[in-house]
Write a protein that binds this ligand. Structure first.
Ligand code: 8YV
Length: 329
């Protein structure tokens, strides 16, 4: 009888995902909603070949506590928690969960665009507080979404799903900026490539969907907000650190832009003293881009398959690009 590989599940996962892992692995798990304490995780990892997680920093220190580790399966599309250099030198594989969450995250981004433009949460609070002004009161007017210009920074799978909705749902004109040109999106959606500066100047809605890397840290800051239209709406559902939050707060306070819709923050959970919490021209969400039961189940199953394939010597379907060389050499 061959022994099942030992893995650690360092976050809550749907029951179906756990059952699937149990068929192929021996496992221990952290079953609480709060993040696992690092020292405790280190103790657990001593005999593990696989780790399923999201957000845990996978760095030299963690790898030193995990002498048997072969694969880290991230239950998320973002993998800015991976120290890619440390993982490459220890030959630890890293996987993520792209594609299965694209439509769900894109739906949420559209809801942020609509909510900020039509001031939905602000006016919901207004009604709840007993206000009801004349329907002709311009102080409660918002901005149109349809037929406006939507600029997407980071035209990956999620960016393209947002563009699709903007184009076909709202007749929007699509601009994009990305590391690489996307001929398919240009053809299918009439999306036009722009430099970052051109996109910021021309767009009514700016959606930031770029992964967080050392190059994209504070990719949008004071200079970028100054280029935006006073009527611009800025949406971030990537990672908080892609934006210089202090510069964004200044831009919002000075009405340099109309508003912002944010699913991610430089510090999560958001500090109770964060000035964003007192501003009316922002819509704030607790990092729920992919948070539907159906999508989380699909992400979990993909993360489990990635983990099990890697432990069984098969190439996992979603090995992250920067670590593919480990597998190939
Ligand atoms: C996941 C995320 O949604 O997929 C991503 O990159 O933003 C993550 O927050 C989360 O890990 C699921 O619990």
């Amino acid at each position: 009888m061959t022994l099942k590989p030992q893995v650690y599940i360092a976050r809550k996962v749907p029951a179906e995902v756990e059952d699937y892992i149990a068929q192929h692995c021996s496992y221990k798990k952290w079953d609480r909603l709060e993040p696992i304490p690092r020292d405790y995780l280190f103790e657990q990892l001593a005999d593990c070949e696989g780790l399923l997680t999201s957000g845990t920093r996978i760095d030299q220190e963690l790898l030193e506590h995990s002498p048997k580790l072969k694969v880290v399966s991230n239950f998320s599309v973002g993998y800015n928690n991976f120290d890619l250099e440390a993982m490459r030198s220890r030959r630890v594989l890293g996987t993520n969960t792209p594609k299965v969450l694209d439509d769900t995250v894109a739906d949420l981004i559209l809801s942020l665009m609509l909510s900020v433009a039509r001031r939905v949460p602000e006016l919901d609070r207004y009604v709840r507080h007993g206000h009801w002004s004349s329907k002709d009161d311009e102080s409660i007017f918002g901005l149109d979404v349809h037929h406006k210009t939507l600029g997407i920074i980071g035209m990956g799978n999620i960016g393209q799903a947002v563009a699709h909705r903007g184009k076909w749902g709202f007749g929007m004109n699509i601009l994009y900026h990305s590391r690489q040109r996307k001929p398919d999106a240009e053809q299918a959606l009439g999306a036009e490539y722009r430099s970052k500066e051109e996109l910021l100047r021309e767009s009514d809605f700016i959606v930031l969907m770029t992964p967080l890397t050392p190059e994209t840290r504070h990719y949008i800051g004071e200079r970028e907000f100054a280029l935006m239209k006073p009527s611009a709406i800025f949406i971030n559902a990537s990672r908080g650190a892609t934006v210089d939050e202090a510069a964004m707060i200044d831009a919002l306070r000075q009405k340099q832009i109309f508003g912002a819709g944010l699913d991610v923050f430089e510090q999560e959970p958001v500090d109770p003293n964060n000035p964003l919490l007192t501003m009316d021209n922002v819509v704030l969400l607790p990092h729920i881009g992919s948070a539907t039961s159906q999508t989380r189940l699909e992400m979990g199953m993909l993360a489990a398959r990635n983990l099990i394939d890697a432990l069984n010597g098969r190439r996992p379907a979603q090995l992250v690009r920067e670590l593919q060389s480990i597998y190939e050499s």
